[in-house]
Design a binder for this molecule. Structure first.
Ligand SMILES: Cc1ncc(C[n+]2csc(CCOP(=O)(O)OP(=O)(O)O)c2C)c(N)n1
Ligand SMILES: CC(=O)[C@@H](O)[C@H](O)COP(=O)(O)O
Ligand SMILES: [Mg+2]
Length: 607
């Protein structure tokens, strides 16, 4: 009966996830494990904490959410991760890895204080997530409390995206090879845990037996489960790159995209020929050929961050440190101290956890490390904990760090070169999108690219567009011309700290509009506003950016439109500013925009 149910779940996962996109390999690997967990433990009375949460689809199916899979990761649809608003069975919505053991430690402490030790706390963590430092902080605390019952289920499929790296992985392979016949002294028993395993993660009876055994132990226990990522689906099991870790819409027979919409290594990224990631991948190799001091560092995301080509060309100059972003940054600082120029390729949202390392290990020592933040801005289907919408607000606080946002592939190549030539910390940010078409500058003034200047009235509005949003700014400039409003469209390229020429340029305009795919609060627009105020420039500044909120999952374009990062929103912002009472200033006093309203053309509708 149970094997049949497991088969039905597998078939459902393949059909659904191939139809809408999502995490296929990880969930196919935990079908039997999740069935056994729900049969042995009594969720939600017992807590089931899934680390990273990308492998919780089966958990969702077993807790009444099958219907929701129609809209998986779509707007107002089921989240691709556990969601507290969806179910009482879900605890952790954060998709950042290596957190489960810390949650479990906290839950267990609370249960003990409440006298509820009979309620189990179970943390399900992958071998990849176990390479993260926070996981070892959790182990250190859980193992020390022999009287607290925490069951750590280590889902060991030997992979993150790629095969898991590091000494822990070697240790786990040894444990697996040893089989269950021998009692083990291992890293977990040395930390105070009972060790159960390795258990066959696709044998439900064995899983239930061993999980029951773990449940009866009144002490912390690690149940080491051996699984196969993508189990039971040939295209996943045979996918060398990442066992179909995350897919876009693909053909269920082949696991491949019908058209070139497939991202690198099977992820849901845009087609490899056109993504920002693939542009970076090529640019990095070009600079590495010319500069032997350049090395690359990844935190277990070699292909998703575009380091695959560099790794093939210069394998000795690419380092995968595991899901260990803090270590990646400080290790890069060590490399820079020894004369190398590390390029740390990382998703913007994941670098948040390494702020202290960027601040105190790299910037304090003014070290030449270049951070290339992929997935900067709205990412879309992965939701609130994946949007890279914080980096400008967070890293603008780092003294000496220079941050750039390329508007098109030519600028990405140029800015990467410039960053690596600088003898200090630098950061570039690129979105999860197809690369913009080329946008040539009319001129470059004090480092600022002028992309558009209306004929007579270019002093009406200064539009400061950050990165690829320059395309929206240029479109808005054309729309504004129809209203008789002229504009200057600029791309500062190096966006933080603010180029001192920018406030001077602002002073020559009647209105400034900045637009960024980042939190509005504390972002580049705010920095520009402050720079204007600090230099006595009174031109009004309208800042367009993302709200101070967690933004749920939905397609990227939909969210960009909803939050006003579009040409229409820029145009509207100018039209609204035009109709607002003009602040007293000699510029406006002479010919306020309102006095020059054109014929009865109506402003574009806003959604
Ligand atoms: C802090 C952080 N860095 C990187 C990622 C990207 N990421 C998502 S899943 C994954 C691999 C996880 O491997 P593992 O824990 O073994 O789970 P599996 O996919 O094998 O089930 C990575 C690196 C993340 N979610 N969080
Ligand atoms: C779970 C996780 O952190 C990643 O697998 C995430 O889904 C990134 O996906 P993309 O690489 O498609 O942006
Ligand atoms: Mg794994």
């Amino acid at each position: 009966m149970l094997p049949q149910l497991a088969g039905e779940i597998r078939a459902f996962l393949v059909e659904r996830v191939c139809a809408v996109g999502g995490h296929l390999g990880p969930n196919l690997g935990v079908v039997e494990l999740t069935l056994a967990l729900h049969r042995v433990f009594d969720s939600p009375r017992d807590a089931l904490v899934f680390d990273t949460g990308h492998q919780a689809y089966v958990h969702k199916l077993l807790t009444g959410r099958q219907k929701g899979f129609v809209g998986l990761r779509q707007e107002d649809g089921l989240s691709g991760y556990p969601s507290r608003s969806e179910s009482e069975h879900d605890l952790v919505a954060n998709s950042h890895a290596s957190t489960a053991l810390s949650y479990a430690d906290g839950l267990a402490k609370a249960r003990q204080l409440a006298g509820e030790q009979d309620r189990c706390v179970v943390a399900v963590i992958g071998d990849g997530a176990m390479t993260g430092g926070l996981a070892w902080e959790g182990l250190n605390n859980i193992g020390a409390a022999r009287e607290r019952r925490v069951v750590v289920v280590l889902n060991d499929n030997g992979r993150s995206y790629a095969p898991t790296t590091g000494a822990l992985s070697t240790h786990l392979r040894t444990l697996q090879k040893g089989g269950r016949a021998q009692t083990y002294r291992n890293v977990f028993t040395d930390l105070g845990f009972a060790y159960v395993g390795p258990v066959d993660g696709h044998n439900i009876a064995e899983l239930e037996q061993e999980l029951h055994r773990a449940r009866q132990m009144d002490r912390p226990v690690v149940v080491h489960v051996k699984t196969v990522k993508g189990k039971g689906y040939g295209p996943a099991e045979q996918d060398e790159a990442d066992h179909l870790h995350a897919v876009g819409v693909v053909d269920p027979v082949t696991g491949r995209a019908a058209v070139a919409a497939l991202g690198t290594a099977g992820t849901s990224s845009p087609s490899p020929a056109r993504s920002w990631t693939s542009v970076f991948a090529g640019a990095l190799v070009e600079v590495a050929v010319r500069r032997p001091e350049v090395v690359a560092v990844t935190a277990s995301m070699l292909r998703p961050t575009g380091l695959g080509i560099m790794a093939e060309r210069f394998p000795e100059r690419v380092f995968d440190v595991g899901i260990a972003e803090q270590h990646a940054v400080t290790s890069a600082a060590g490399m820079a101290m020894a004369g190398l120029h590390p390029v740390v390729a990382i998703y913007a949202t994941f670098l948040n956890r390494a702020l202290d390392q960027v601040l105190m290990d790299v910037a304090l020592h003014r070290l030449p490390v270049t951070f290339v933040l992929d997935r900067a801005g709205i990412t879309g289907p992965d939701g609130a904990s994946h949007h890279g919408m914080w980096d400008l607000s967070v890293f603008s606080t780092v003294p000496g760090l220079q941050i750039a946002a390329p508007r098109d592939p030519v600028q990405l190549t140029e800015l990467l070169d410039e960053a690596i030539a600088l003898d200090g910390p630098t950061m570039l940010r690129i979105p999860k999108a197809t690369a913009s078409p080329g946008m040539e500058a009319l001129a470059r003034m004090d480092g600022i690219d002028i992309l558009h200047r209306s004929s007579a009235r270019s002093l009406d509005v200064l539009i400061v567009a950050l990165g690829p949003l320059a395309a929206q700014a240029l479109k808005a400039a054309r729309e504004l011309e129809e209203f008789g409003i002229g504009s200057t469209v600029t791309d500062p390229r190096w966006i933080l700290p603010v180029n001192p020429a920018l406030p001077a340029l602002a002073a020559r305009h009647r209105l400034v509009v900045s637009v960024e795919d980042n939190l509005r609060q504390g972002g580049a627009g705010t920095a520009l506003l402050e720079a204007c105020q600090d230099t006595g420039v009174t031109t009004p500044v309208v800042r367009l950016g993302l709200p101070h909120a967690f933004i749920e999952h939905a397609p990227r374009q939909q969210l960009l439109e909803r939050y006003g990062l579009t040409a229409e929103a820029i145009t509207n912002a100018v039209l609204v500013a035009r109709s607002a009472p003009a602040p007293p200033s000699p510029m406006w006093a002479s010919a306020p925009l309102a006095a020059r309203a054109p014929s009865a053309a109506t402003p574009p509708k806003t959604t």
